[in-house]
Design a protein around this ligand. Structure first.
Ligand code: GLA
Length: 718
């Protein structure tokens, strides 16, 4: 099977063409291929797209002036200028305001807002306004409303109550986009188009009859005939064979486990349907305006339904929304993973943090306020990992509505608050970094992450519900971050030759072509660390023949006779003097070329390998066949990194992030140090520290909880 290069990889994912590109099918190239390289990419290298550029990092926000009387708008722009706000998203939820009735458009207030922002030198990030249909629309066309898995309608009254496959919604939303783009496409204040809002945030999976018909169309295009669908879904099981596409439904609520192939394809279809909405809105805009177009993605732990590797090539600039999630074990590590993944989606180019919060959100069970300094730490964490704009939701805290207890740049407490002071401080830091924009992050380690894997690996009836895909990805990422190395997040099948080490956590679903990329990489001298239950199924969720770990058996030099997940709360000691335990997962490993590196010390598999290493070609393939505890995982990662010759950033560790942004061409590099701990840390650096304006040579002191950014002198101390 020939290897896919990156542009082919992107082309595979073009929504309407994915169907022609199942493994073994004909490759179709769509548009001009984006150029992918992890290092020093010229931002202008984005053929076929309108590149977004800024010559200095921007501070921005969502602004909802329709919630406020006009007098407040004037105070708002004055304070925005005081804070240094330069990019303001408006009209995101504007539909009911600008089209109050089917036959009436009213742009008066939006005209005024755009002109006011522009007069004050504030750039506009203009929402198409299609995020949420107005009540007149869903009253006149109730068929637009989404339907849940159990057949119940999701009613208007909240937001995003529309079916992604609805032709009625598509037509009316595009008419609105055309009206907005015609009116403002040439507005001098316009800097960016903001399609919809968090597409799929609430309505990603719709099971209505319209969706069912669209799903059937999508399946026809993917499989051609129903026999191929039957083959892919394995419908000879449980009497599920289809006689025609007309018999196929979305995976609506069933009495027992639904067909896994059907569920997997429904995820792919649903992601494609929402991407199609983005593409349709973007096309309507591009017919009227040359300003770059994006939509705000949700690269977060709780977004599982959109495959953003497919979406990324369709955005002129990658934009992400990220909120610290206090339901997770390590919210700061998850932030860092998401920022690195966002940079991966941007193919290394600078990206926009379209939303984050100054303090608490309002949608977690307990909404934790940020500690002093935490606003700066979380904002600068995104900046360090490649963001060229930092925007908040939202500018002014609402007095009414569902989000009145969500933090804002201007909180209910007003400008006398610590939040406002930290916002001003962030603005001041950004203004002191004009030459940061366009600099890029590079890493020696790649971590493979796939949305499809979440869908397939976390499906019901797997060996253990205690293991989830993202949990394993987060664990691997946290170990790398704690070891102080930078990580690029890449999709399966991406070119790997620039990396010293590739980490492949729990990659359950793997195409032969993707496994071949990894195999060739190691044969040519690369190092990989694969973790348990990887390489198990193909793109149809069909088990790779010959025993586990399927597609990676030869690469890893092991065979797994049976997996042995552990009950909740059970841990088993690893053998040997270095300690460590495993939990949740073990495997009955047979060595077929690899050697054992760590053995299980107790339990039914005592004496069997828990970690193996295989010299394969000129490279090395490690396999963690058990779920190691965080300390054991970190120790393993450090050993693997050392073997691959990856150097940690001096001073970096679990509580101290050290990240570099490199100049593309002439210009300084920048060193970011974020101290999440409770004592001062020291790292080697030479240059000028931007937050304090002091010279640094040969070391930088970073107080507990602080961030420091050094504009590095040409020669660093070695
Ligand atoms: C999302 C949405 C915003 C707002 C925030 C609150 O990011 O895009 O409209 O609801 O969440 O955290």
């Amino acid at each position: 099977m020939p290897r896919l290069c990156w542009w082919q990889f992107c082309a595979r994912s073009q929504a309407t063409d994915r169907v022609a590109l199942r493994e073994g099918a004909t490759m179709v190239q769509v548009g001009t291929p984006p150029v992918w390289s992890r290092r020093r990419v010229d931002p202008a290298e984005a053929p076929g797209r309108t590149p977004w550029r800024t010559d200095h990092p921007l501070l921005g926000c969502d602004y909802n002036p329709e919630q406020w009387p006009r007098e407040v708008w004037h105070e708002d722009v004055r304070l925005m200028r005081e804070a240094g706000v330069e990019l303001v998203a408006v009209n995101v939820f504007g539909w009911a305001e600008i089209q109050p009735a089917p036959d009436r458009l009213d742009f008066d207030r939006l005209d005024e807002v755009l002109d006011l922002l522009h007069e004050h030198g504030i750039g506009v990030n203009l929402g198409t306004g299609t995020a949420s249909p107005p009540p007149w629309l869903t009253t006149a066309y109730p068929e637009v409303l989404p339907v849940a898995e159990d057949g119940t309608t999701r009613w208007p009254g909240g937001r995003q109550a529309w079916c992604p496959s609805s032709p009625v919604f598509r037509e009316l939303s595009l008419a609105l986009v055309d009206a907005v783009a015609s009116r403002y496409g040439q507005h001098p204040g316009l800097r960016l188009w903001h399609v919809s809002n968090e597409l799929g945030g609430h309505n990603s999976l719709c099971y209505c009859d319209v969706s069912a018909e669209a799903f059937r169309r999508w399946l026809r295009a993917r499989y051609g005939d129903v026999a191929a669908l039957n083959e892919a879904w394995g419908t000879s099981f449980w009497s599920q064979r289809y006689g025609s596409f007309e018999e196929v439904l979305p995976p609506r609520l069933t009495l027992s486990t639904p067909n896994p192939g059907q569920a997997l394809d429904f995820h792919r279809f649903s992601s494609d349907e929402l991407l199609a909405q983005h593409r349709a809105e973007a096309a309507a805009i591009r017919a009227r305006s040359d300003v770059p177009v994006t939509t705000n993605l949700m690269v977060t732990a709780h977004q599982r339904d959109m495959d953003y590797w497919d979406w990324a090539p369709h955005l002129d600039v990658i934009a992400n929304d990220h909120y610290l999630d206090h339901r997770l074990a390590d919210p700061a590590a998850e932030l860092a993973f998401c920022a690195d993944l966002t940079r991966g989606l941007a193919q290394g180019r600078p990206w926009i943090l379209m939303e984050h919060s100054t303090g608490a959100v309002n949608w977690q069970p307990v909404n934790i306020a940020k500690q002093p300094g935490e606003l700066l730490r979380s904002s600068v964490a995104h900046l360090a990992r490649g963001a060229d704009a930092l925007c908040f939701f939202q500018w002014r805290a609402s007095r009414q509505g569902a989000e009145k207890f969500h933090s804002a740049m201007l909180p209910h407490a007003g400008t006398g608050s610590a939040t406002w002071r930290e916002v001003l401080e962030l603005g001041r830091i950004l203004r002191a970094l004009p030459d940061l924009a366009g600099t890029q992050v590079s890493a020696d380690v790649a971590l493979v992450f796939s949305y499809e894997n979440q869908w397939a690996a976390d499906a019901p009836n797997r060996p253990s519900e205690l293991v989830t895909h993202l949990q394993q990805v987060h664990q691997a990422y946290a170990a790398l971050r704690a070891a102080g190395v930078g990580v690029d997040v890449v999709p399966p099948g991406a070119p790997l030759e620039d990396y010293r080490l590739v980490v492949v956590p729990h990659l359950y679903l793997v195409r032969d072509t993707e496994a071949a990329v990894l195999q060739d990489y190691v044969a040519a001298g690369g190092h990989v660390l694969v973790t348990f239950f990887s390489g198990i199924v193909d793109e149809d969720d069909r088990v790779h023949p010959g025993g586990y770990p399927g597609a990676f058996r030869d690469l890893l030099g092991v065979g797994v006779e049976e997996v042995h997940p552990l009950p909740e709360g059970v841990t088993l000691r690893l053998a040997g003097g270095t300690g460590g335990t495993v939990r949740r997962w073990t495997e009955q490993v047979r060595l077929t070329g690899a050697r054992a590196h760590r053995l299980l010390g107790e339990g039914p598999l005592a004496g069997r390998p828990a970690v193996t290493v295989h010299e394969h070609g000129a490279g090395r393939a490690w396999y963690a066949a058990a779920d190691l505890d965080p300390e054991a995982q970190r120790a393993l990662v450090e050993e693997v990194l050392a073997g691959a010759g990856v150097q940690p950033e001096p001073g970096a560790g679990p509580l101290v992030e050290v990240v570099r942004r490199h100049a593309v061409g002439p210009g300084p590099d920048f060193l970011f140090v974020l101290n999440h701990g409770d004592r001062t840390v020291t790292v080697p650096a030479r240059g000028t520290e931007v937050c304090t304006g002091t010279a640094v040579d040969p070391t930088l002191e970073v107080p507990a909880g602080a961030v420091r950014i050094v504009r590095l002198a040409d020669e660093e101390p070695s």
